[in-house]
Ligand binder design. Structure first.
Ligand code: FE2
Length: 99
């Protein structure tokens, strides 16, 4: 697999992290200040950390992080949980592919 394809795949994951970060940030804004809102904010920071890791992998391969993302769905937590499961499944499939 060439570097360009690796950067493209890393950018796909990077965009998922952008979406997750923004959804968590927005949801934390929408809740009154309480433990769940602080936890949601902390998860948003974790998702931003994931963005940083992927951006590092992208730039080390000569690429640029792609900041574009599809329209966001700020739905209920069910949507977030479904997205997290989907991302986890995709990461596992990618890891299995390159081992
Ligand atoms: Fe993440």
């Amino acid at each position: 697999m060439d570097k360009k394809e690796i950067v493209r795949m890393l950018n796909e994951d990077f965009i998922h992290e952008i979406e997750a970060s923004l959804v968590y940030v927005r949801n934390s804004f929408m809740m009154r200040d309480c433990d769940p809102s602080r936890l949601t904010e902390a998860i948003a920071v974790d998702e931003m950390r994931h963005m940083w890791w992927l951006a590092d992998l992208i730039t080390k391969r000569g690429g640029e992080p792609d900041m574009s993302h599809p329209p966001l769905e700020f739905g209920v937590l069910r949507h977030i949980i479904d997205e997290e499961k989907r991302h986890r499944k995709e990461f596992k499939e990618r890891l299995a592919k390159y081992r």
